[in-house]
Design a protein around this ligand. Structure first.
Ligand SMILES: [Zn+2]
Length: 118
């Protein structure tokens, strides 16, 4: 399950950010992922829970936003929304496309608690 490698990568970034911002732990964070990544939210939740154990992000609440895909046909320039199963251009029926959006994984926001309150 590729969700585990995504979870591990997210935790690595959360740990870096926690150090950067002086956070003792991460309480919640939001991830935006393109639909073409094919992430199953439940699987990512499970993978994250397991991978976060013993880290700064243990028990953190993960909010996942899935964004739709956008592509442009390289042959006829038609913009369209591809799916995981089909990259075919609706106009010329070729699959020579440039993915504009839909493959990204972004850490959007992060809430945490720090050691010193002032
Ligand atoms: Zn086309």
């Amino acid at each position: 399950m590729h969700e585990m490698s995504i979870a591990v990568e997210l935790i690595r970034r959360l740990e870096e950010l926690a150090v950067e911002h002086g956070l003792l732990r991460v309480e919640a964070f939001t991830v935006r992922a393109g639909v073409l990544r094919g992430i199953v939210p439940e699987a990512l939740d499970m993978a994250f829970e397991e991978a976060a154990r013993g880290t700064v992000a243990e028990g953190a609440k993960l909010t996942l936003e899935i964004t739709p895909a956008r592509a442009r046909c390289r042959l006829c320039n038609e913009p369209f929304a591809p799916t995981v199963d089909s990259y075919l251009c609706p106009r010329c029926n070729q699959a020579d496309v440039e993915i504009v959006e839909g493959n990204e994984i972004l850490l959007l926001s992060l809430e945490g608690a720090s050691t010193n309150e002032d």
